[in-house]
Design a protein around this ligand. Structure first.
Ligand code: ZN
Ligand code: FE
Length: 258
């Protein structure tokens, strides 16, 4: 499975998946349609599946134009988004498995950013690595805002993702990395991995490069929202109850202007 990252709008990423053997394509969270249509044309592959993580318009905005062009394409989304994602045909819940080409994704229910949010995890195969498409749940260096969920729900969602293999590539839906790392340094300033990541990510952005995908391993070492139960983060929050640490740093991030 080849993965193509399309940068659209101000900071969104759309991911086009291509199975070169069957020559079919899928898309994850198409904010808009045209760049996806251009990529499909370049690949010469039909769109068979639209994977949505949640109902926000910057993740489903391209759906209707895409299915107009590819009426056979099927829209997948979380079962709790049933009434919020138009034309959805497959309603997914935790543990469901979905196929694309020769790969299989497992569905994770990851509420917090919205109450219906899901993620797609393609486990590694004998010759390809693991891939996680997590929408606005886990970001490089941060996590999504809690529009419809509680800190405890988001903690639980991220705790599930934290258990995936360290080398899993993480395809987040936004380029928010530098702002996230800036905040991360305020609560984990002695973390050498984090300091180094800030330098690397800054250089990448200066060169116009994307910082996505990241990996689960890198997030576990440097993302405060994956580290709520580490001594450093608990110390900086001044609390020793992990759930409350998470709530506190998420609240601080909401009010952080860099
Ligand atoms: Zn969103
Ligand atoms: Fe978004």
């Amino acid at each position: 499975m080849n993965i193509y990252r399309l940068a659209v709008l101000s900071d969104n990423y759309i991911f086009v998946l291509h199975d070169p053997v069957k020559n079919i394509a899928a898309v994850v969270d198409p904010a808009i349609a045209q760049p996806v249509l251009d990529k499909l044309e370049e690949l010469g592959a039909p769109l068979v599946t639209i994977f949505n993580t949640h109902h926000h318009n910057d993740h489903i905005g391209g759906n209707s134009a895409l299915i107009k062009k590819f009426p056979e394409a099927i829209i997948y989304g979380g079962e709790k988004d049933r009434d919020r994602i138009p034309n959805m045909e497959v309603f997914l819940k935790a543990g469901d498995r979905v196929n694309f080409g020769d790969r299989e994704a497992q569905v994770y229910f990851v509420p917090g950013h919205t109450y219906a949010h899901i993620a797609y995890y393609f486990a590694p195969t004998s010759d390809e690595g693991g891939e996680l498409f997590c929408g606005d749940t886990l970001f490089a260096g941060g996590c999504g805002r809690l529009f419809e969920g509680t800190p405890a729900q988001m903690l639980n969602s991220l705790d599930q993702l934290r258990q995936l293999p360290d080398d899993t590539r993480v395809w987040c839906a936004h380029e928010y990395t530098l702002g996230n790392l800036k905040f991360a340094l305020t609560c984990d300033r002695d973390n050498l991995d984090l300091q180094e990541r800030m330098v690397t990510a800054t250089a990448m952005r200066q060169r116009g490069e994307a910082t996505v995908p990241t990996t689960i391993g890198l997030e576990k070492r440097t993302n405060p929202f994956m580290r709520w139960d580490t001594p450093a983060i608990m110390r900086s929050a001044g609390i020793e109850i992990p759930d409350r640490v998470f709530a506190k740093i998420r609240g601080q991030k909401d009010n952080f202007s860099g």
